[in-house]
Design a protein around this ligand. Structure first.
Ligand code: AMP
Ligand code: FE
Ligand code: FE
Ligand code: ZN
Length: 315
C-alpha cells in the first residue's frame, strides 16, 4: 500500500489519490488548466478543491504562468479534497506568433524548470516596469502610474503580467474590468504593449520533455486566430517535436475551430484536451466549463506513473 510522505510533494498529491483509488478508474471530468493567485488568477490555490468539488470535477491541474508556486502550495499543506495535477503554462513563440505551452507533471527537481521560471519571471518584471512607464506617461491612459500602485494588485510572489496592469487601471476607475482594459491599451496591438520575451516553441517542447521530464500540451492554439491554415504547420512541427496533446475544448474556441482541431489532432495522434483556463474573477471562464476525459489523463500519467507512484513508496 502506497502512502504519501509527510510534507508530501506535489506529485504525492496525485499519487495519494491514485493509490487510494487502488487502481480503480480515475474520476470522469478533469479541468486541467487552472490559474491561481500564484499568477494571474484571483483564487488562492487553497480554495480551489472546494470550488472544483462544487463544479462536479474529479480533479484539476494547477497551471500558473511560469511558476510552480500555485500547485506547490499543496506540497506542505493539508491534503486536498481531490487530486491536483501539477502543471505550468509557458509562453513561447513560433513563426512570429505567441503560443502557450502547458507542461504537465514536471520533475520537481528539474533545474531547467527552476531556471526557466526564474528567468522568465525576472523578464516579466522588467517588462511590467517598461509598460508602466508607457501607460503612466502624461499623455498615457493612467498618468503617473507607478510600480507601487500596480504592485498593490499583485499577490505576494505572483508571476506578473498584463492582468495586474489591468487591475491597476480598474482600481483607478479607468476601466470597469480586465476585459475592457485588454480591449484598450493592454491589447497586443496597442502602442502601450511590450511583448514578454518568449523562447522558441519547438525548443521549449524539447526542453519540457527532456529537461523537465514533463508532458507538453499546446494551450488554446486557435484562440484569437482568424486563419486556421496558418496554424497547421505549427501543429505539425510541434507534433514532430514530441507534443502530446492539443487543447481543443476551450472557452475561446469556436465550434468550427474545435472541429478543425479535432481533425488535425487525430491526424497527428495528439490527445484531445478540454479545459476552462479558469482565472477566477479575472475572466468569465467558469471552473469545469470544459473538461478532459479520464482516458486522456490516464495516458498522460502512464509514462510518468512509475515516478509518481515512486513517491512515498519508501516512506
Ligand atoms: P501577459 O502574459 O502579461 O502578456 O498577459 C497575458 C494574460 O492576460 C493571459 O494569460 C490571459 O490570462 C490574460 N488575458 C488576455 N486577454 C484577457 C482578457 N480579455 N481579459 C482578461 N484577461 C486576459
Ligand atoms: Fe493568464
Ligand atoms: Fe494561455
Ligand atoms: Zn492559461
Amino acid at each position: 500500500m502506497l502512502t504519501a510522505k509527510k510534507g508530501f510533494s506535489p506529485y504525492a498529491v496525485l499519487m495519494g489519490e491514485v493509490a487510494r483509488a487502488g487502481g480503480a478508474p480515475l474520476g470522469q471530468r478533469w479541468d486541467l488548466h487552472v490559474h491561481t493567485t500564484a499568477s494571474d488568477g484571483t483564487v488562492h490555490p487553497g480554495e480551489l478543491p472546494a470550488l472544483a468539488q462544487a463544479a462536479g470535477l474529479a480533479g484539476i491541474a494547477i497551471t500558473d504562468h511560469d511558476t510552480t508556486a500555485g500547485f506547490s502550495y499543496w506540497a506542505d499543506g493539508a491534503r486536498p479534497a481531490l487530486p491536483i495535477i501539477p502543471g505550468i503554462e509557458l509562453s513561447t513563440t513560433y513563426l512570429g506568433r505567441s503560443h502557450h505551452l502547458l507542461a504537465y507533471l514536471p520533475d520537481p527537481t528539474s533545474s531547467w524548470v527552476a531556471e526557466h521560471c526564474r528567468a522568465v519571471r525576472a523578464a516579466r518584471e522588467e517588462r511590467l516596469v517598461a509598460m508602466i512607464e508607457l501607460l503612466g506617461a502624461p499623455t498615457g491612459p493612467a498618468p503617473g502610474l507607478s510600480l507601487a500602485e500596480v504592485s498593490r494588485q499583485v499577490p505576494p510572489g505572483a508571476t506578473v503580467g498584463r492582468p495586474h496592469l489591468a487591475d491597476a487601471l480598474v482600481a483607478r476607475g479607468v476601466f470597469s474590468d480586465r476585459a475592457q482594459a485588454f480591449a484598450g491599451p493592454l491589447a497586443h496591438t496597442s502602442e502601450f504593449y511590450i511583448p514578454n520575451p518568449a523562447p522558441d516553441l519547438l525548443a521549449t517542447i524539447e526542453a519540457v520533455i527532456h529537461c523537465a521530464d514533463a508532458v507538453p500540451v499546446l494551450a488554446h492554439p486557435a484562440a484569437r486566430r482568424a486563419r486556421l491554415d496558418k496554424l497547421a504547420p505549427v501543429i505539425t512541427a510541434a507534433a514532430q517535436a514530441g507534443l502530446f496533446g492539443l487543447e481543443i475544448d476551450h472557452p475561446e474556441h469556436t465550434w468550427e475551430q474545435r472541429t478543425w482541431l479535432s481533425t488535425i489532432a487525430n491526424d497527428h495522434g495528439l490527445h484531445p484536451f478540454g479545459s476552462s483556463d479558469f482565472h477566477g474573477e479575472g475572466k468569465p471562464n467558469r471552473l469545469g466549463q470544459e473538461t478532459t476525459d479520464s482516458p486522456v489523463l490516464a495516458a498522460l500519467i502512464a509514462g510518468r506513473e512509475e515516478r509518481i507512484l515512486g513517491y512515498g513508496s519508501n516512506s
